[in-house]
Write a protein of this length. Structure first.
Ligand SMILES: Nc1ncnc2c1ncn2[C@@H]1O[C@H](COP(=O)(O)OP(=O)(O)OP(=O)(O)O)[C@@H](O)[C@H]1O
Length: 591
């Protein structure tokens, strides 16, 4: 199974910087507010130290009251500033997460179909649910915590140094062990969490495949097999989770011990070792309080470092969607639901529409070749039917012609350029592959048609439906506003296929590849749809994979494919007269 790419650190860093840069003002406000709140927070321990010194020096209650009042004001100011800082931080976080989701959706929609097929739906489902949510939590909750904690820590340690540089140095004693264990942890965490994410995706894939194919599993008694398959995936998830848990079980205990060490050291050295006069009791108390205060941000910082690691691993997986896969699979076009805005006809010259196949060989994965050196030239505007026995390679050739797969050897070119080199949007505008697979999206009939041409008017949509003979449309209670899909009006397979064809009329590509597009329709509806389609497709290049030989009869030329080889090519009459494979097929089909 092909894995979707995972972005490297440089890409993740750039994307994180972009995320911050796109909302610079909000980021600056959040930083300033958190900084101010942290400074207000420093005042309390210092003022407490002053109270200790006042009392030690025999100061009166009035002085203590004044200092206590000042502490109250500072605590209030810190509370208010923190509240607004968090509010601003969450607003920024929500905006950033919304942008991330939008970017993710548009990258996902641009993914090559062949890549999604090879990667499996579980991989994409995990990235779009688990990973996007993890990144969202990280941006919304983790980044503000890290910003606040870092600011507080810098100011707290700075304040201890201001009290006395020696106390400052003593306060730093816990940091080397925290730093060392964090480095140790971070080095191992990324691959460990990536492995955990990949194992979870494989488990999701295994479970969804089993659930989707439940009937087949039951019919072929594959239950035990599927259970073994699922259990193996669960084992992988268990092993990868154990590995991340092992990392955490070293990391957190070392950190806890490192918190206590500097507080004890400051009290011991400040209270017993440093000579009197060098430091006051109040300063030692203030330093210990600062260190005590530092535990909370340190703890949050380290706890969230773990979450940040998960977030970065998920971010890399989210950003990887849309990157060029590293296994040589090429970008391709979207199949039946041809997206794209109609382009004015006639803007592409006929030479640019010439579809040429030269010496094309193709194999699925590492299997044997299923196409052997296909040579074919499709003339602009012609209707070509491809016929042949089951398994001859017709659908495979259609995928090559549409640019979904690239030939292993040879070339498939449109207007002289390899089809797979065309930018996806351009390819969709020029070539559309319509298969038997079609999807009715949950939404109105209008929404379902607008996928093909977002700018199409209601009239254009109605005429597209009429053109493909979708008479059922006139019976819908709310016309184009009728809700379709699960829980609303369900379309029959034939109606759904007509909807797909109507999308195609709206998408208006120059070249249509119909891979048994009308196979799901009953013979009468199919004949009617084919006729309607024939009227609509005039002036376009149409390549039809034909099960029913009347499609071949109506075509300009017929290509016969047998065992992955093009054995005959010519008009219906010529091939019947030649009395070869096509003539035999025609005779047997005609009865
Ligand atoms: N995804 C795939 N992975 C591996 N082999 C495949 C795949 N799809 C098709 N094949 C194999 O490639 C060969 C050609 O299949 P293809 O579907 O192109 O034939 P076809 O002429 O369209 O058949 P049919 O009329 O039954 O649809 C067959 O041997 C088939 O088993």
């Amino acid at each position: 199974m092909t894995r979707l790419p995972v972005a490297d650190r440089a890409v993740v860093r750039r994307a994180a910087r972009d995320l911050l840069a796109r909302d610079r003002r909000a980021v600056a406000i959040v930083l300033v507010l958190h900084g101010a709140a942290a400074i207000a927070g420093l005042a309390a321990p210092w003022l407490l130290g002053r109270i200790v010194d006042e009392v030690a020096a025999g100061g009166g209650a009035a002085a203590v009251d004044r200092l206590a009042l000042a502490i109250g004001v500072c605590v209030l100011a810190q509370g208010l500033l923190s509240r607004y800082a968090q509010y601003a931080g969450h607003r920024f976080g929500e905006r950033a997460v919304a942008r991330l989701r939008e970017d993710f959706v548009s990258r996902t929609l641009d993914l090559p179909v062949s890549l999604v097929e090879r990667a499996g739906t579980g991989e994409l489902a995990t990235r779009s649910s688990v990973d996007v949510t993890t990144v969202g939590t990280t941006v919304r909750d983790v980044v503000p915590v890290i910003v606040i904690a870092t600011t507080q820590l810098s100011l707290l340690y700075g304040a201890i140094f201001l009290l006395h540089p020696l106390l400052g140095l003593v306060a730093l004693t816990g940091l080397p062990s925290i730093f060392a264990v964090t480095r140790w942890y971070l080095r191992r965490a990324r691959p460990a969490y990536l492995a955990e994410g990949a194992a979870t995706a494989e488990l999701t894939e295994a479970l969804t495949t089993t659930a989707e194919g439940a009937r087949t599993v039951e019919a072929l008694r594959l239950g035990a097999d599927r259970i073994a398959h699922g259990t193996q995936r669960i084992g992988q998830v268990w092993a990868t989770r154990r590995a991340t848990l092992a990392l955490r079980s070293v990391f957190f205990p070392v950190v806890e011990a490192s918190y206590a060490l500097p507080i004890a050291a400051v009290l011991l050295i400040g209270g017993f070792v440093m000579p009197r006069g060098m430091v006051t009791l109040g300063e030692v108390v203030a330093a210990a309080l600062y260190l005590q205060q530092a535990i909370d941000p340190l703890d949050r910082l380290l706890q969230w470092t773990e979450q940040a690691q998960r977030g970065l691993a998920s971010f890399a997986r989210v950003l990887g969607v849309g990157q060029e896969p590293d296994n040589g699979s090429r970008p391709d076009t979207v199949a039946s639901a041809a997206h794209g805005i109609p382009e004015p006809r006639g803007t592409v010259s006929t030479a640019e529409e010439r579809l040429v196949v030269r010496g094309a060989r193709f194999s699925y994965a590492d299997g044997p070749d299923v196409l052997h050196g296909i040579e074919l030239e499709v003339h602009p505007g012609e209707r070509l039917a491809i016929v042949g026995p089951s398994g001859a390679g017709k659908s495979t050739l259609a995928r090559l012609l549409a640019g979904i797969d690239a030939p292993r050897e040879g070339v498939v070119s449109l207007g002289g350029r390899p089809v797979t080199d065309l930018p996806p949007a351009e390819r969709r505008r020029r070539i559309a592959l319509v298969t038997q697979e079609h999807h009715v999206f949950i939404g109105s009939l209008r929404d379902n048609l607008a996928f093909a041409a977002s700018g199409a008017s209601d009239d254009q949509m109605r005429s597209a439906l009429a053109a493909v003979g979708a008479d059922w449309y006139t019976d819908l209670p709310d016309g184009l506003d009728t809700q379709l899909g699960d829980g609303a009006r369900e379309l029959s397979a034939a109606d759904a296929q007509q909807l797909a064809l109507a999308r195609l009329v709206l998408a208006d590509p120059h070249t249509l590849i119909l891979d048994e597009a009308t196979a799901a329709l009953d013979p009468t509806t199919a004949r009617r749809t084919e006729r309607a389609l024939a009227a609509v497709v005039s002036g376009r290049t149409v390549i039809a994979i034909a099960h029913r030989l009347n499609t071949a009869h109506d075509a300009d030329r017929v290509a016969v494919l047998e065992d992955g080889r093009l054995t005959e090519l010519g008009s219906h009459d010529d091939l019947v007269n030649a009395d070869g494979a096509y003539a035999a097929l025609w005779r047997s089909w005609h009865g």
